[in-house]
Structures are given as structure tokens and as C-alpha cells.
Design a binder for this molecule. Structure first.
Ligand code: SAM
Length: 400
């Protein structure tokens, strides 16, 4: 474990036990009244807690940014389609009390149904952690999160760690890598010492992942980084604005959907599988690596870890069989499937893995199927130009 050199005490002790600090003005450069707030976040001024007065004798207020669930880039993110999805549900589904979002990704779709009981699931641990942060009903100490994030943003780390040893000057600068590695290690240490609960840990990891994604030198995914570009943005964590009033029965899972499906009971199951051969574990391997924090060996130019266990059948030629197996296992009154019309429009990589005829045949065995369509400009990596891309919703009203 490395130690930062401008702040020589562990954050946990500093933040949670308020230990003696030798020379606070020299050790900790608190940034207050920062002016460079990004346009999609706003700042709050937080009065300092009494514990911290010896840390910042000069600072009576500290500022921080906040972040919302949609404030990140994610392939297939349905945030912009929420009005369409909500409208279809409102007009066609009745008495929905429990919704299961089983390929949840960022959790954007679940966030549109926060007045209901929510069940989320995703194969990636990084998404599970964010879903836990946004939707768990476990109470958390918001002041603690704010104070830690302010301190994390202020720290300057000079010693190398797993992140700087493996990722320096790739997606992030060496300095930002040191900071990412330091913060992630500190979160884990605090959690293991019982000073953060599960939700607080999830909130801090989510904040770190969102901050990394904001500055990563990528075209939106981590298959490659942009060489030779200036690292003009630097890591800055924001406070996730997560509700303290989530439904106490919300549950978040981190399983393969086909293993989980028969154990879930919901009124409406929403399915948003990957559409093509692009594996999410490849596209987001750096975020997954940091979320898991198992510090595996990484390989190749993009510094990927071994992702064998994270590969999805829905990105392969097994997709139709996996989908049939899944639909058979689902126990719900309604199944709502998002799938685009890219069956044969792009290249081998971007072509959809499920054919419309198979979708209709498989869902048709379960009940009546209605199809809704909306034009949609998909998030691409900038290389592909695809015409007439439409996003469809297949609603299956299941036979009871
Ligand atoms: C199209 S994205 C979902 C996007 C999400 N609706 C959103 O708005 O952010 C598909 C998700 O399915 C997950 N996934 C892929 N295969 C899976 C599997 N077999 N079981 C569970 N999740 C899987 C991926 O990790 C990815 O996050």
C-alpha cells in the first residue's frame, strides 16, 4: 500500500476519528470556492463539521460537485429513451408494483421507476456496485461521503501503486492513476475496518468510477486509449445524489441473468441485452478492474485483465439459445424487451445477434407480443454511420 506524500495520515483516521494533524495548512491543500464547475453538475457549500476545524483553520466552507445516475457514458444506455419506455409501460401494463431490470447496466431504466420496488442485475460488478449505490435502501451518512470526497479530491499522491504501475499514461495520466489507486485502496481499507457500510462503500466506488470515466482518454469505451493526447482533465470526484428513501425491498444482483432468472418474481421484467458482439467486459475492463480491486495481471496495449468469466452469451452465436432459455425461466406478468433494428445493417461486429423472427417466436410462446418503435440515434464510438437506426420495445403480455 502506498502513501501520499502531501497527506501522510490514512484518510480513514483523518476523516472518521479526527486525529491530531501536524501542520494542516501544509499537509492538506483544501480547495475551496473552486470556480471550474462543469455544466451538468452544481455545487453546494458545506459547513465544516466541528471535527475538521483543526484541518482547515482558514476554510469555513468547502465546495463539492454532485452527480446524477445518467452522468456517464455507457454503450446502450437507455436514459434518452426513458419517456418512450415509461409511456409504453403506462399505456399497456397494469398494477405494476415490482420491476426487475435484469440487464441493468447503469440503472438508468430502474431510475425511472423509483416509486416501485426495483430488482436490478448485471454481470459486471462495476454496474452492480453503482446499482447498489443508487437503489439500495441501506441508510448512509451523507456528511461522511461528502467529507471523504472533499478530502480525496484534495490529496496529492507521489508514491506508485497498482494503478500507476499498470496504467500510467494510457487512459489516465500517471498522476491521476496514483490518485485513483490510492483512493480505491483507502475505500477498501475503511470498509474492512468497519468504518463504511456497504452502501457507503458503493457510493464512494461509484463516485470514483464516474470521475474516471469523465477524464479517460477514450472514445467512450476502454478497448483502446487515445495515444499522444494531452491529459488536460484531472480526476475530481462528485457526490452521488442517491436517495435515502428507496423502497426497502429493492434488491441488486450481480449474476448471469440465465442463472438468476428463475429466482426472480416481478410484475414486469425489463430486458436490455447487449445487441452485438461487443462484450461489455472488454469495453469497460478498466472500470471493472477498479471496482473489483483484485489487482490482477493486465495484458496488451489496452491493459486488459483476464475476462473469461465475464463474457456474455448474448454477444455470441449462442444468443438465441440463451434468450430462449431466459424467456422460459421468467416469472412475470409482462416482459418488456429493448432491441434495435440492426439485424443486418452494420458490419459483422455491429449486427444484432437476435433475429426479429426468433424474438417473435420465443416471446410468442410466452404470450401476446406488441411491438413499439422509435427512431433513435445510438451512441456509437464515432466510427460507424448507421442509417435508420430504430429502437424497438417488444412487450409480451404473458399467459397466466
Ligand atoms: C445494453 S446494456 C444495458 C443498458 C442499460 N439498460 C442502461 O440504460 O444503462 C446491457 C447490459 O447487460 C449486461 N449483461 C450482458 N450479459 C449479461 C448476462 N448474461 N447477465 C447479466 N447481465 C449481462 C452488460 O454488462 C450490460 O451492462
Amino acid at each position: 500500500m502506498s502513501h501520499p506524500q502531501t497527506l501522510q495520515i490514512p484518510f480513514l483516521e483523518f476523516m472518521l476519528s479526527a486525529p491530531t494533524i501536524q501542520d494542516s495548512s501544509q499537509k492538506l491543500q483544501l480547495e475551496h470556492e473552486k470556480s471550474q464547475f462543469s455544466c451538468n453538475s452544481h455545487k453546494k457549500i458545506v459547513p465544516l463539521q466541528p471535527n475538521y476545524k483543526n484541518v482547515s483553520r482558514k476554510a469555513h466552507t468547502m465546495s463539492y460537485k454532485v452527480t446524477a445516475i445518467n452522468n456517464r457514458r455507457y454503450l446502450g444506455n437507455k436514459y434518452r429513451l426513458l419517456p418512450f419506455i415509461k409511456q409504453v409501460v403506462k399505456n399497456n401494463c397494469h398494477d405494476i408494483k415490482i420491476i426487475a431490470d435484469l440487464f441493468a447496466g447503469t440503472g438508468a431504466v430502474s431510475s425511472a421507476f423509483q416509486d416501485l420496488q426495483i430488482i436490478t442485475n448485471d454481470l459486471l460488478y462495476s454496474n452492480y456496485i453503482s446499482n447498489l449505490a443508487w437503489f439500495s435502501a441501506q441508510p448512509y451518512d451523507e456528511d461522511k461521503i461528502i467529507q471523504l470526497i472533499i478530502a480525496y479530491n484534495a490529496v496529492s499522491v507521489r508514491a506508485d501503486n497498482y494503478m500507476s504501475n499498470n496504467f500510467a499514461d494510457t487512459f489516465f495520466s500517471k498522476q491521476d492513476c496514483r490518485k485513483i489507486g490510492y483512493i480505491r485502496e483507502d475505500i477498501e481499507r475503511n470498509f474492512k475496518a468497519g468504518k463504511l457500510n456497504e452502501r457507503e462503500r458503493a457510493l464512494l466506488i461509484t463516485s470514483l468510477l464516474y470521475a474516471m470515466d469523465k477524464i479517460a482518454k477514450t472514445c467512450g469505451h476502454y478497448d483502446a486509449y487515445r495515444k499522444g493526447v494531452e491529459f488536460d482533465l484531472h480526476l475530481e470526484l462528485s457526490v452521488p445524489q442517491a436517495s435515502q428513501n428507496n423502497n426497502p425491498n429493492n434488491i441488486c444482483y450481480n449474476q448471469d441473468i440465465n442463472t438468476l432468472a428463475s429466482n426472480v418474481c416481478a410484475d414486469l421484467v425489463y430486458l436490455d441485452p447487449p445487441y452485438n458482439s461487443r462484450q461489455y467486459c472488454d469495453a469497460y475492463h478498466v472500470l471493472e478492474n477498479v471496482a473489483r480491486w483484485e489487482k490482477p495481471k493486465v495484458f496488451g496495449v489496452a491493459k486488459k485483465m483476464d475476462r473469461t468469466a465475464l463474457k456474455s452469451a448474448y454477444c455470441t452465436k449462442e444468443a438465441t439459445q440463451a434468450f430462449a432459455d431466459l424467456i422460459e425461466k421468467i416469472n412475470a406478468r409482462y416482459i418488456l424487451l429493448s432491441y434495435n433494428n440492426m439485424e443486418n445493417k452494420g458490419n459483422e461486429r455491429s449486427n444484432a445477434k437476435l433475429a426479429d423472427t426468433d424474438i417473435m417466436r420465443i416471446l410468442g410462446k410466452k404470450g401476446e407480443v406488441l411491438v413499439f418503435e422509435e427512431d433513435y440515434k445510438a451512441f456509437t464510438t464515432g466510427k460507424s454511420k448507421i442509417q435508420d437506426n430504430a429502437e424497438r420495445l417488444f412487450l409480451c403480455i404473458c399467459n397466466q
